[in-house]
Design a protein around this ligand. Structure first.
Ligand SMILES: C[S@@+](CC[C@H](N)C(=O)[O-])C[C@H]1O[C@@H](n2cnc3c(N)ncnc32)[C@H](O)[C@@H]1O
Length: 408
């Protein structure tokens, strides 16, 4: 029987020595191996074009998004509760109350913006869209729902999920190929930022380096090169790391900030809400987190060998929320852990409204979303606004209790 693995689950081996571990990792199918081999030849070309050394973020981009071959661009959907059918699950697949809470938050945004529109980026299986639309339908609200999805396979899966959920839902949804202009409404994304390519930057014996990927007859391997780049950690930590002689590697997230700013650029008036796992910079770059947060998932096994079977496994990194607090074109208005966000949005009231025979099962599902030991603390919700007046201390419903924006 398979077991469920959320994408934040800790690798069973935190070592960066990846080769021996490859023996223990789940074996991809013959078709997956054939696709990975095709992707390998694309990666070899990229390495060659980059004069033998490909920065890690370019490798991660190729592994996840190369058309037809990358992990999020292939014909296989990565989402399933069963190891035989997929690699991980996300909050919308755990509990419909997750979407219902976001729908409650949407109602307030619609009121502030004056229009009932949602744009979801990276919509996965379409489960979140279906749950939000169901909840809004039950509340008597019609909404204009758009999805921006890079993957054709996932777009088809989203269409099937919405069709299963009811025609009245799928009729309200349209799929976009690019961000719209002058958008007014609520832009949302769950576990999208962590799927964006990161740079690997580190220090060893006082020398800063960037990690990249090279290839030889045996396959891919990491090679570190000197760099002027630094991690944005407190200066005293940088100095201590340089002086300690120890090896420290972590991630920088330029693409995440650029993505948030691209949402800001398309928004005329409204709110952006992102939910994802991560920390503020002082936790992210804590000296004890000396191997960073890079993680891979294959058939519900989490590990840290990002060079294993490119295109067949997920590669992800936690979000440094401090790096997202001041985008050029948006104002950050809230940052809370997922437990507070869902409870502020009325999770407990939603559970008590369920028929008694469903309440216990629903409460068990919701427990995983809010328990500190599961997703409640590691996952965060962060919101930014544009074109809306938020007075000091004014924020959205989801951020009223436990707002830690000032800690970023
Ligand atoms: C881990 S999945 C999460 C899916 C879904 N939101 C959920 O919670 O189940 C990450 C998603 O982000 C999408 N994604 C990554 N970069 C993106 C971008 N620049 N624009 C839109 N979607 C993106 C991927 O294609 C993928 O569908």
């Amino acid at each position: 029987m398979g077991y469920t693995m959320c994408r934040h689950c800790t690798p069973y081996n935190a070592s960066k020595k990846v080769t021996p571990m490859a023996q223990q990792l789940p074996q991809p199918s013959t078709a997956q191996l054939a696709r990975s081999e095709q992707l390998m030849s694309v990666i070899h070309t990229l390495i060659h074009q980059a004069h033998g050394w490909l920065p890690f973020d370019a490798y991660m981009n190729a592994a996840l998004y190369t058309p037809r071959l990358g992990y999020y661009a292939s014909e296989t959907s990565p989402f399933s509760a069963l190891a035989a059918d997929g690699d991980f699950i996300t909050a919308p697949l755990l509990s419909p109350e997750f979407g219902a809470c976001i729908a409650e938050q949407a109602l307030e945004v619609f009121e502030r913006v004056g229009v009932a529109q949602i744009l979801e980026v990276g919509a996965g299986t379409g489960r979140l869209a279906a749950d939000i639309l169901t909840h809004l339908h039950n509340r008597g609200v019609q909404v204009n729902y758009a999805i921006l999805e890079l993957s054709g396979t996932l777009r088809a899966q989203q269409q099937a999920t919405l069709a299963d959920a009811g025609v009245h839902l799928s009729h309200q949804v349209r799929w976009l190929d690019a961000l719209p202009e002058d958008y007014e409404g609520f832009i949302i994304g769950n576990e999208v930022l962590d799927a964006m390519p990161v740079e690997l930057i580190g220090v060893q014996a006082g020398q800063w380096f960037e990690r990249g990927v090279t290839a030889d007859a045996q396959g891919l391997e990491y090679v570190d090169r000197p760099t002027d780049k630094r991690l944005t950690m407190p200066k005293e930590w940088l100095t201590a790391l340089e002086d300690s002689g120890a090896t420290y590697v972590s991630e920088t997230h330029c693409q995440q900030l650029a993505f948030i700013e691209s949402l800001g650029a398309c928004l005329k008036k409204g709110v952006v809400l992102m939910l994802d796992y991560g920390f503020p910079a002082h936790e992210f770059y804590h000296p004890q987190r000396n191997t960073g947060t890079l993680m891979c998932h294959i058939q519900h096994v989490a590990h840290d060998d990002a060079l294993y079977c490119p295109g067949v496994q997920d590669i992800t990194a936690h979000v440094n929320f401090s790096a997202l607090k001041s985008p050029r074109n948006l104002t950050a208005i809230g940052y809370v852990n997922q437990a507070n966000f869902l409870i502020n949005c009325g999770l407990l009231e939603l559970l008590t409204q369920l028929p008694e025979e469903h309440m216990r099962v629903a409460a068990n599902r919701a427990h995983k979303l809010i328990s500190e030991a599961e997703m409640g603390e590691l996952f965060k919700a962060m919101a930014w606004a544009k074109g809306l007046a938020f007075e000091e201390d004014d924020t959205l419903q989801g951020f009223t209790r436990g707002n830690r924006l000032l800690s970023l």
